[in-house]
Design a protein around this ligand. Structure first.
Ligand code: ATP
Length: 276
């Protein structure tokens, strides 16, 4: 059953589709009139967005549109020059260092370049996802508490890599490495995962496999995903909702079933036309 859509307020992109089981919960992410400038350059303009728990949002838009900046604002790596970000009920720009550290344990990040330690095994990289919650640094798998080791194996199983757990990460394929990075994020029990072009360096088949893995585990655990992607076909295959940014403005916010590949591709074509 599809949840009814709220009536959009005039002039604002507001709540789009909601996860059917989470219709009355607080948003995972709320952006209100969010603006960002670097010096004289305005990169984001008055962005409004309300994302409910469990949604998989594909963030699309041409190069330079402001997608990574948006993810960095959500993560608290940048402070906005206007408006506000509320993530899991917390404003990362004003919550203070201690609360920001706490918030980041509940916000996972998946990067284009995986962010793994190549000379370490898949298992140890996954265990490193728990370091934020441990008091002491750890050296080697056996120095992690047993329940965490069991959880790491379970998470590697969930992403289809239990058999490769002792393999060095730099000997895994790109798609496998990104699935290790997802398993590492699962160790945090994150409630929201920000993925910045997670499949940009992978071939189409590995890209689909990684995104399907992310979708599967997010559905199992009920966490929210905000995933920037340039591959329009993949964005439409895996997301519940498509949000497009162009020149720093949010220009499309729609349930995925209500849009088409042509409509999303047109956003890129128009940008190309302007710079041609
Ligand atoms: N720290 C910074 N200082 C100055 N300008 C910045 C900074 N970070 C980003 N920008 C500028 O902001 C604009 C948006 O960049 P951003 O990386 O957010 O775009 P994007 O949509 O993620 O692009 P891509 O798809 O190519 O990754 C670009 O013009 C970029 O040069």
């Amino acid at each position: 059953m599809t949840a009814p859509l709220p009536t959009p307020e005039s002039g604002r992109h507001t709540v789009a589709p909601q996860s059917p089981n989470h219709t009355n919960t607080a948003p995972s992410l709320l952006l209100e009139n969010l603006s960002m400038s670097f010096g004289a350059k305005t990169v984001l303009r008055e962005v409004n967005l309300d994302v409910r728990p469990g949604q998989f949002v594909a963030l699309v838009g041409p190069s330079g549109a402001g997608k990574s900046t948006l993810l960095r604002l959500i993560n608290g790596s940048h402070s906005p020059t206007g408006g506000s970000v509320t993530v899991l009920g917390v404003n990362p720009a004003t919550c203070g260092r201690k609360n920001l550290r706490k918030l980041r344990t509940r916000v996972g990040f998946v990067f284009q370049q995986f962010g793994l330690v190549g000379r370490l095994s898949a298992m140890e990289n996954v265990l490193m996802g728990t370091l934020g919650s441990l008091k002491m640094p750890r050296y080697g798998i056996s120095t992690y508490p047993r329940p965490l080791r069991e959880k790491a194996v379970a998470n590697l199983e969930r992403v289809g890599l239990a058999d490769q757990r002792f393999q060095r990460c730099d000997t895994l394929s790109g798609g496998q490495q990104q699935r290790v990075a997802i398993a590492r994020t699962l160790m945090q029990d994150a409630r929201i995962v920000l993925a910045d072009e997670p499949v940009a360096s992978l071939d189409p088949s590995a890209s689909l496999s990684v995104l399907n893995t992310l979708k599967k585990v997010s559905a199992e655990d009920g966490f929210t995903v905000i995933c920037s992607l340039h591959q329009v076909d993949l964005a439409l295959q895996v997301s519940d909702r498509v949000v497009a940014v162009r020149d720093g403005s949010l220009i499309l916010d729609t349930p995925t079933p209500d849009t088409s590949e042509a409509a999303v591709r047109a956003i890129y074509e128009k940008a190309k036309g302007r710079t041609a």
